[in-house]
Design a protein around this ligand. Sequence first.
Ligand SMILES: NC(=O)c1ccc[n+]([C@@H]2O[C@H](COP(=O)([O-])OP(=O)(O)OC[C@H]3O[C@@H](n4cnc5c(N)ncnc54)[C@H](OP(=O)(O)O)[C@@H]3O)[C@@H](O)[C@H]2O)c1
Length: 348
Amino acid sequence: MSKEGEEVSNKQILFRDYVTGSPKESDMVHNDSTIRLKVPEGLKAVAVKNLYLSCDPYMRALMTKHEGDPSHIVPFTPGSPIQGFGVAKVLDSGHPNFKAGDLVWGITGWEEFSLISAPETLFKITYTDVPLSYYTGLLGMPGLTAYVGFNEVCSPKKGEYVFVSAASGAVGQLVGQFAKLMGCYVVGSAGSSQKVDLLKNKFGFDDAFNYKEEPDLNAALKRYFPEGIDIYFENVGGSMLDAVLLNMRAHGRIAVCGLISQYNLEQPQGIQNLFCLLTKRIRMEGFLVAEYYHLYPQFLQSTLQYIKEGKIVYVEDTVEGLTNAPSALLGLFTGRNVGKQLVVVAHE
Ligand SMILES: NC(=O)c1ccc[n+]([C@@H]2O[C@H](COP(=O)([O-])OP(=O)(O)OC[C@H]3O[C@@H](n4cnc5c(N)ncnc54)[C@H](OP(=O)(O)O)[C@@H]3O)[C@@H](O)[C@H]2O)c1
C-alpha cells in the first residue's frame, strides 16, 4: 500500500449523462484521476480500495431522471463515478466504527479507490472463510433480496408450486434453492439452454425452461404447472407476468422483485390479465430490499450455515478489470451474464 496521504492515480468510470431507452457503453466514460488515501482531519469518512464491484439491474433506473416522481431513488450524478454495491478494504478511517484493514461491503464508487463520506451504510465483513466476492451476491444485497422476497413476501408453505423468472441470475438462483429447502416444487425460466441446465443440474430446481424458445408462455406454464402456481417470484414482468396471471392458483402470491424486461423501454408494456387478481384472490406485492436490512444478521447466519452444509451453491460471472465494468453491466439486459455478474477491480 502507498504511504498515508500520498496522492495516487485512480482510474474511474464516470456516468456521462441521463439515458432514455437502452444504455450504451459510451454512457459510461473512463477517466484517469488522482486521490489522497488519507481521510481529511475531522471527516467521519473512510478511504477504501475497491476489490469487487457488483453489476445490478437497478443501476439502469439511476441512469434516468424521473422528474416529478418523489418516490424514485436518487439518480446518478452526471460527471461523477457510477455508484454501486461493492466489496472494499479500508485504507484509512476517520469513523470510530472502522479501522484500516477492515473489509466492508456496501455502496462505493466505480473507481480503484473511493472516499466514502457516509460509511454508516457499509457492512463490516467478519466472516471470510468464503470467497469475498460472495458479498456482492450470495451474502450481499441480492442474497438478502432472495431471502426476504421469498420468506417475507411470498409466505411460502411446504409443498407449494413456485415459479421463478430470470431464475439463474444473482437473485433467482437463490430463490429457487430457498424454495427447495422449504420443500416446495420449483420451476425456473431462463434465456439459454446453458442456464436451463444450471437450474436443473446445479441449483436443484425440479424443472426449468428456456422462455425464448416458447412461442406461447401460457401453454408452457400449463405444461410445467398442470395444477397451477402458488407463488410467482417476479423478476422480469411483461408478457411473462401476463402468462403467469392466467396460471396462478386461488390465493396465490406474486412477489414483485423486479421487472427487467421493462427497464429499457420508453413506453412500458401493458398487462392484460389483472382480472385474475380478483377472481383468484391473488396477493401481488412489490418490495424493496432496502426496507429489510434489519434482517441481514439472521439471513447471514442461516445462509452461512447452508453454505457450510453444502445445501446452497452459487454461480458467479466474473470479469477482470474496471475497464470491463460498463459492458458487464449492459450484459444484464441481454442475458449475457451466467449467474451473479461482478467485476474484479483488485485482489486483496
Ligand atoms: N426489489 C429489490 O429490492 C431488488 C433487489 C435486487 C434485484 N432486484 C430485481 O431482481 C431482478 C433480478 O436481478 P439480478 O440481480 O438477479 O439480475 P440477474 O438475473 O443476475 O441478471 C439479469 C437477468 O435478467 C434476464 N433478462 C434480461 N432482460 C430480460 C428480458 N427482456 N426479459 C426477460 N428476462 C430478461 C437475463 O437472464 P435470461 O438469460 O434468463 O433472460 C439476465 O441475465 C431484476 O429485475 C432486479 O431489478 C430487485
